[in-house]
Design a protein around this ligand. Structure first.
Ligand code: ADP
Length: 487
């Protein structure tokens, strides 16, 4: 470097089957490259010699099977090497899955590859394990389908959605999943009564289990969640029928960290709906609190007992990696709101791959806007009469007189109700549905999102940001509780 610039470049030698765990500094990116040997990041091999740039806050590990030397340039929040990892058990699972894919490919009559579902508490490494299994499979030429059912921290698209996409190449360590045409369904909520960033700051309870319970109990939308899971599964099933390659490659399904009560019921529902035949139960590593080990044991034995009647479903317990970073509830809230903002205003789906690096980690405004210059959102104006906004569930109850005698008037959670366009829509993120008619909204996937920046009641005009200029793919918009306040 030039005069006065302190060099921060350093090398780390990794022994075989060990990993370098890194959390990038809060304000500056980190450059890293593989000097010699072989190494991978969450299942994707590092190219030799090429510098990769990881944005602030990024948390990851560089693992080597046979030994490697890594060079780093820049500062980190933490970095350390660990030689105790569960990677051997993970790759053994991959080997079994690979065998089943080959079997499926070889036998035309039972040509269904493995359908893996990854379950466990929040921050047990579910997304990371899903990613490794997908990347290892893609490396061997398979095209597994990634299904993400986590409405809170899903890694395919914006929060509040469930989604699926085929994985054709190992997942890029920095940019994340590259998306052509993901199949996305809009649930609309990630947290209860999310109204503004101010409110968000006031939410002080923990965002994992408790929070998810509240979402479902407050909005009574368990039925909607189940309905969307079913729609997604049906579409995938249909796609598999016509595509032997994806069918043999199978699926990897990531789930929410909510595993108790209704959360557990939803896991069983997902296992059933997707016909999952491998259930991976992630838990805590041995140095974690004892009660967390109990949680894994309990979940494992409950699932094993209840799935006993299905002889072709394997339930397997796997150790959590000691490297999995527990994210504070605040971190999760923040990354969630950044993602809502990001997807609402910047990202058409086909640009996702370019910007996923921002999504997966960056909490810094600089990064947020810095790279995105070329993808600035378009501001559009529409008449009130051009757009139709709907809400699912929670509409007025059917009057008793309209029901068969003796039936109770309960609100239909799948009821689609029109929403009046007024100032309440300001700062709301709306999903653009592919529905042709309002009654198709629940069963339709979505094209993307728009973000309402102004409502002019006098001129009856709506100003909104969308990723592209011009006409929206449909005039039917779905409102949940996703909002964003420009700061
Ligand atoms: P979950 O999906 O169960 O909530 P994640 O897989 O998202 O958990 O992991 C939580 C965080 O820990 C992520 O930021 C991930 O990148 C990080 N992480 C996972 N495994 C490791 C590891 N071995 N070393 C360092 N960080 C890791």
């Amino acid at each position: 470097g030039g005069a006065g610039t302190a060099s921060t470049t350093r090398q780390v030698k990794l022994e075989k089957e060990s990993e370098l765990r890194i959390e990038v500094a809060n304000d500056t990116p980190l450059r890293l490259r593989l000097l010699n040997g072989t190494a991978e990041i969450f299942g994707t091999e590092l190219p030799p010699q090429i510098w990769l740039t990881f944005p602030p806050h990024f948390k990851f590990a560089v693992f080597t099977w046979y030994g490697a030397t890594i060079e780093m340039d820049g500062s980190t929040e933490t970095d350390y090497t660990a030689d105790e990892t569960p990677m051997v058990s993970y790759v053994n699972v991959h080997a079994v899955l690979d065998g089943r894919r080959n079997q499926a490919k070889a036998s035309p009559e039972s040509s269904q590859g493995p359908r893996v579902i990854v379950v466990g508490p929040t921050d047990s490494g579910k997304s990371t394990l899903s990613r490794m299994l997908l990347s290892w499979a893609a490396k061997q030429g398979w095209k597994p389908t990634f299904v993400d059912l986590d409405i809170g921290q899903g890694s395919i698209t914006a929060p509040g959605c469930i989604a699926a996409t085929p994985i054709e190449l190992p997942i890029d360590p920095v940019e994340g999943i590259s998306l052509e045409m993901p199949l996305v369904y809009f649930y609309g909520h990630t947290t209860p009564r999310l109204i503004s960033l101010n409110d968000l700051a006031k939410v002080s309870y923990d965002m994992n289990v408790e929070n998810l319970k509240i979402i479902f109990t407050s909005s009574q939308n368990v039925d909607l969640y189940k309905a969307l899971v079913k729609e997604l599964a049906q579409i995938l099933e249909r796609q598999f029928t016509g595509n032997a390659e994806s069918r043999a490659s199978g699926m990897v399904i990531n789930t929410m960290g909510w595993i108790e009560g209704v959360g557990y019921e939803l896991l069983l529902h997902a296992i059933d709906t997707f016909n999952a035949n491998v259930v991976l139960v992630l838990g805590q590593d041995s140095i974690q609190a004892f009660h967390l080990i109990i949680i894994q044991e309990k979940l494992f034995s409950m699932l094993r007992d209840v799935l006993k009647s299905k002889p072709n479903v394997d339930v397997l317990k796997l150790q959590k990696s000691g490297g999995v970073v527990s994210r504070s509830s605040k971190f999760r809230q923040k990354s969630r709101s950044y993602r809502i903002r990001l997807y609402a205003t910047i990202l058409p789906f086909h640009f996702l791959s370019i910007l996923t690096r921002l999504v997966s980690c960056s909490l810094s405004q600089e990064y947020f806007y810095g790279i995105a210059n070329d993808l600035s959102p378009h501001s559009n104006i529409a008449n009130f009469s051009d757009l139709f906004v709907y809400r699912i569930g929670g509409g007025p109850q059917a009057p008793r007189s309209a029901l068969p005698i003796g039936a109770d008037p309960v609100a239909n959670p799948l009821r689609v109700a029109p929403v009046n366009i007024d100032r309440d829509l300001l700062h709301v993120v709306l999903a653009v549905s592919y529905a042709q008619e309002p009654d198709q909204i629940v069963s339709s996937n979505i094209a993307g999102f728009i973000y309402i920046t102004d409502i002019d009641l006098q001129r009856r005009k709506i100003t909104y940001l969308s990723p592209t200029a011009g006409e929206l793919p449909s005039k039917y918009l779905v409102m949940g509780t996703l909002t964003w306040l420009e700061t």
